[in-house]
Design a protein around this ligand. Sequence first.
Ligand code: SF4
Ligand code: SF4
Length: 428
Amino acid sequence: MQTSFSAAQLADPAMAVSESVIRKCVHCGFCTATCPTYVLLGDELDSPRGRIYLMKDMLENSREPTAEVVKHVDRCLSCLACMTTCPSGVNYMHLVDHARAYVEQRYRRPWRERFFRAVLAWVLPYPWRFRLALKLARWTRFLAPAVRAMPGMQPLAAMFALAPDQVPAPPAASSLPVAHAKGRVVLLQGCAEPVLKPDVRAATVRLLNRAGYDVTFANGEVCCGALVHHMGREDESLAAARRNVDAWTVQGDVTAIVITASGCGTTIKDYGFMLRNNPVYAAKAARVSALAKDISELLAEIELPPARKHRLRVAYHAACSLQHGQKVTDIPARLLTDVGFVVKTPAEAHLCCGSAGTYNILQPVIAAQLGDRKAANLARLNTDVIATGNIGCAVQIGRRAGVPVVHTVELLDWATGGPPPTALSHLK
Ligand code: SF4
Ligand code: SF4
């Protein structure tokens, strides 16, 4: 696509990256077929190609963001299906991340949007605040029908709906000393996952210890920053990235930085890009990104303990952040198959389930449609359990599925000598 950014505009490194991304787009439209919002809404402006045009026009002409442009950018899930489909290698992620930061700096949203976004940014990245918020949501859930009927309060209603009936106890898992360890990994502690599903961390530590790896939790680590990054809150996401780079760099030589929530993994693998212009952090961040691995990637590289076969039928839901963001496609299903599970994949596996970080709170209508569609496709497989590698997907699908939804690592831990996942404990 031809562009006409001025030399002064291109002096801004973020603008220069966006310009190079836009130039790669040949407006072929292949990406529209796999874009969830275009599939649902059928509006070109809710397709990757349409959004690229809107972002180009806004950035190239240094325009103030309009409500119309913001609406279509906000509706993007950042699922990155378009990047998988695009034959020209358009890095839509970097373009939309820049556009979101640009919007955040220049656009004054209606007060309700500002309020909800501020609350999410203040609560979600902090486990103790999030845990408290979930408890509050449980106690005040009786207000949900009244809230749902109030104009502009749908995000609050969505928060009520997403709150679990029980808030689990914080994770207690600690790594056991491993004799003659084959290696040592840093495990991301995360923010939402340990609050909603602490069993994932416990299963990961058990499995890695049995496989001969020491597991370290880094002091000073914070939320990966993905949640605020996708809201355009650039200063906060970069601050989180710097804190984590510091916390992990002092760990010295490690085999990998392991992540069990693929939404976090996509962002951590991008720290090298996010901090590329920071002379103090650029090299350290690039090293951190190179060490970052989804748990399934690491498990595919190391020798797992012997498996006892459970012939359970498992539907594997590929999180967008894993299949599109990190291009980890076949590994999780292959690992599950190798330990004896009968793995099936649903129709429209490339389409997002609608979770997408805070999307199912900020865009509850589209998110619900995508969630229902995903749950229906998974239900058609008639399996005993659904496995996925991202906590957001597990919550979004778990509300709609008729069978338990577990993390892939919980099944692998079980198959190789660990206890069954809590949701399957009746199968001991
Ligand atoms: S598939 Fe790629 S090149 Fe084609 S319109 Fe979409 S983003 Fe542009
Ligand atoms: S990231 Fe997903 S929702 Fe956004 S334009 Fe690409 S395919 Fe569509």
